[in-house]
Write a protein that binds this ligand. Structure first.
Ligand code: NAG
Ligand code: NAG
Length: 460
């Protein structure tokens, strides 16, 4: 006893501080584990190893940027380095080296048809940015698309804009466009070989007052299934050639492969609506998420039970953040969204957002792009997101689907599909948490070539 007491104050303060430290440590550890994983994960060794290869970080050499000597040093001083805009303008310039690097020609085509003539070693591999052929050997035309998994047929359906027409400018210096051809549908069991199911919603050739009249705009079609009405419901951005109509359109079908019957367009909640997406939650309630107030904010609101209209409920989210191209997904009870900035067809930096409720508040969790090089990460790999597809056999793993737009020839725009993972700490200070991360990190891993792990459908 005497011995213990002889250390007196020292021991007591050490003990107290150790306790405080331990409590803090345990608190933070539980906190982090909980926030990182939602709930406790039961890690299955085979699940880990299968998902691991999706997370490999592939680095690329940085792009060779134009030498500075051609520029007036005074101008550099005044305006700062112009490298950034140079890379983007090169990307947009058909004749540049960067452009041809990012839009590899047909000799590098991927798809079923070419396998027999070339090596079969590329079977099942995704090659972001390369021409992707359907099972008939034609380039897939499903831009700004989304995927529906039809549980009844256990088939994936990929819907997107068919842009297989001439690119032109509606007005002097206006945005590049292609007349409406319609919404394409492709089907697949393995997410790699896609069968063309045709145009499931056709553009209108003659009726100039129709929303789908060819000089109008149909973008970002998304299809969900309504279990109550047994109908496939498509929502899409409907606009005129000058983007002043800013509406959403609705179409329905009894079959995932259409034909879809066009119903009407509307301004949701009385607001202008441009880039949009749908999200169907686990409880069957579906939501419309769209850029509004001239792309300044997003709005989110639930659809009616039949998915054909909107209820009166709406929340303004990502206020004054100027985002577009939303793609929403959910993992362990948390909602996530990837958006892009607003820079027309030119690529920009993606942002991931997270929320406990889809109605918000949403918080930013940083740029999800990982690997590649700095330029790739600041341009979302020269692409713009359109959809995030869950891989149910691999919880926490998703496919990030994006478009690498080619505004000089929109039909030749490419698909950039990459593995997306939720997990780990977010790497940017959050909006409301004094810099302490509340949410898991969302990561999109760059790969020149990748495939889904063997047995990805039923790893559980
Ligand atoms: C290519 O090979 C696959 C499988 O071996 C076969 O089903 C398909 O018909 C072949 N296609 C052509 C064009 O030969
Ligand atoms: C043209 O489209 C409008 C709007 O959808 C419709 O009300 C009208 O009946 C159509 N006209 C014809 C001739 O189909």
């Amino acid at each position: 006893m005497a011995r213990l007491f002889s250390g007196g104050r020292f021991s007591v303060s050490v003990a107290v501080w150790t306790c405080v430290f331990l409590i803090m440590f345990i608190y933070f550890f539980t906190y982090i584990t909980e926030k990182t994983n939602g709930r406790l994960i039961h890690v299955r060794p085979n699940h880990l190893s299968v998902a691991y290869e999706l997370e490999e970080i592939e680095e690329e050499p940085d792009f060779r940027l134009p030498s500075a000597h051609k520029r007036n040093p005074r101008a550099v001083k005044r305006k700062g380095p112009k490298k950034w805009s140079t890379v983007i303008s090169k990307f947009l310039d058909e004749s540049s080296e960067i452009h041809s690097m990012l839009f590899p020609d047909r000799s590098l085509t991927v798809g079923l048809k070419v396998e027999n003539s070339s090596s079969s070693s590329s079977t099942g591999y995704f090659y972001p940015g390369q021409i992707w052929l359907d099972t008939d050997g034609n380039p897939i035309q499903a831009h700004g698309g989304g995927i529906l998994f039809d549980a009844r047929s256990e088939t994936y359906y990929w819907y997107g804009e068919n842009k297989d027409g001439a690119t032109y400018h509606a007005q002097h210096k206006g945005t590049a466009r292609v007349d409406i051809i319609g919404v394409s549908c492709y089907s697949s069991k393995d997410l790699w070989s896609w069968k063309n199911e045709g145009i499931v919603l056709r553009g209108e050739e003659r009726n100039i007052t129709h929303d789908l009249y060819k000089t109008n705009v149909v973008e970002r079609p998304k299809v969900i299934f309504n279990a109550k009405t047994n109908q496939y419901v498509m929502w899409m951005h409907i606009d005129d050639g000058y983007y002043t109509k800013a509406s959403v359109g609705v179409a329905i079908s009894n079959s995932p492969t259409g034909p879809f019957t066009y119903l009407y367009s509307m301004r949701p909640h009385g607001s202008d609506s441009r880039d949009m997406t749908l999200f169907k939650d686990d409880d069957g309630i579906a939501y419309l998420i769209y850029s509004s107030r001239d792309n300044i904010d997003f709005h989110v609101g639930p659809l009616t039970e039949d998915y054909l209209g909107l209820t009166g409920v709406m929340k303004r989210i990502l206020v004054r953040q100027h985002r577009e191209a939303p793609a929403v997904f959910k993992h362990r009870g948390t909602y996530y969204m990837i958006t892009s900035g607003c820079s027309g067809w030119a690529p920009n930096r993606a942002m991931a957002h997270a929320a406990a409720s889809i109605m918000g508040p949403w918080e930013n969790v940083g740029n999800p792009s990982v690997g590649g090089n700095r330029v790739l990460r600041l341009t979302t790999f020269f692409s713009q997101g359109t959809f995030v597809l869950p891989l149910p056999g691999l919880p926490g793993s998703f496919i990030f689907m994006a478009d690498r737009w080619n505004p000089s020839n929109l039909r030749d725009s490419r698909y950039v599909w990459l593995p997306l993972k939720v997990g780990g700490l977010a790497d940017e200070p959050m909006d409301y948490t004094f810099g302490f991360p509340l949410w898991s990190r969302v990561s999109i891993f760059w790969h020149k070539r990748w495939r889904l792990p063997e047995g990805w459908k039923n790893v559980n």
